[in-house]
Design a protein around this ligand. Structure first.
Ligand SMILES: Nc1ncnc2c1ncn2[C@@H]1O[C@H](COP(=O)(O)OP(=O)(O)OP(=O)(O)O)[C@@H](O)[C@H]1O
Length: 317
């Protein structure tokens, strides 16, 4: 029987752990992926992302905790369950002596309701390579074929482990379009990536794994308090503004120390950037030269989270 929670959340993980001998790789990891969302797992090399994906897809056994994927325990790996998920792992598949078209059609034949092979080949940018032997493909083209094979069964839930590593910028965008195509069909995607722009562009929520623990989980715009952290408002004092005192700043705003001569850059940290810009605009009565409102990027927030985790004493991790 499928629980009500699992009905809403295709992935439900509670207290997951994985050890190799005495070495813990995942510790007390809990997360849920909601139906229809793109969820990105981020984390440094060796953090445990692939291990998590492998446990969720039934490739690897867990040491402890509860895992439900589409309402089933992946460790039991039922056949009909496997047909409902699509997996693109990190390593590239080897299909000697077959053409691209043959590979995709062979995989399509394993599923009850596959997508049309030519449509999938077009989507991954291999439409013109249908008759080419797989051994003659470049690394990036082989990666595209992996993606095609992973999604040919029109899965309800797709796991993509670093799907765009090794792809050129155009191919990366095509892979993003593919993820959006499945999102528009109401499918759920879990992807791991080292590209912060990829996570920010595609994911409704991101989870950050460090040292085998989930250290943060939120929409990309809110991760690590990103939505509420101070913004830095900066502009350059033109000659006409050089001799004038700044207006009274909003409460809590801090003027960054810096040189005060003509043409200097003025930077103010504030939690109310809109109000500050409005005050400055009235004060200046002219365009503020080089005006920038800077909020921390996802990359800055991510690096900060990883750094904080590194500096924590072992017993508090
Ligand atoms: N078969 C294994 N035996 C022992 N340790 C392993 C095994 N497979 C993985 N590990 C260890 O588990 C940890 C997590 O590895 P994992 O591949 O899940 O990390 P990852 O976050 O996917 O890293 P990357 O970004 O480099 O792909 C690493 O320390 C790795 O050395």
């Amino acid at each position: 029987m499928v629980s009500a929670a699992a009905e809403n959340d295709p992935v439900a993980v509670t207290g997951l752990s994985k050890r190799y001998g005495e070495h813990p790789v995942l510790t007390d990891l809990s997360l849920r992926v909601h139906r229809g969302e793109v969820f990105a797992l981020l984390g440094p090399n060796g953090a445990g992302k692939t291990t998590t994906v492998e446990i969720l897809t039934g490739v690897r056994r867990r040491s402890g905790g509860d895992v439900e994927v589409l309402g089933q325990d992946p460790a039991r790996d039922p056949r009909e369950w496997r047909a409902r998920i699509g997996v693109v792992g990190q390593s590239t598949g080897a299909y000697p002596d077959l053409t691209v078209g043959e590979v995709v059609r062979q995989f399509a034949a394993m599923y009850p309701r596959p997508l049309p092979p030519t449509q999938v080949l077009d989507m991954v940018g291999l439409g013109a390579y249908e008759k080419k032997r797989t051994t003659e493909l470049s690394g990036g083209q082989q990666r595209r074929l992996d993606v095609a094979v992973g999604v040919i069964g029109d899965p309800e839930l797709i796991f993509l482990d670093e799907p765009t590593t090794g792809l050129d910028p155009v191919a990366r965008r095509e892979a993003w379009d593919l993820v959006r195509f499945f999102s528009a069909r109401g499918r759920t995607t879990v992807l791991t990536t080292h590209y912060l722009d990829e996570a920010e562009t595609l994911a409704a929520r991101v989870g950050v794994i460090a040292g085998g623990r989930l250290v943060a989980c939120a929409p990309p715009g809110e991760l690590g308090g990103r939505a509420t952290t101070s913004a830095a408002v900066s502009f350059r004092r033109s000659e006409s503004l050089a001799g004038r005192e700044l207006p009274e700043l909003p409460r809590g705003a801090v003027l960054e120390p810096g040189p005060t001569g003509a043409g200097d850059l003025v930077t103010v940290l504030t939690s109310e950037p809109t109000r500050l810009v409005s005050l400055l605009a009235s004060w200046a009565e002219t365009e503020l030269p080089e005006l920038i409102v800077h909020r921390p990027t996802l990359e800055e927030i991510y690096l900060n989270l990883i750094d904080r985790h590194r500096q924590q004493p072992e017993e508090n991790k």
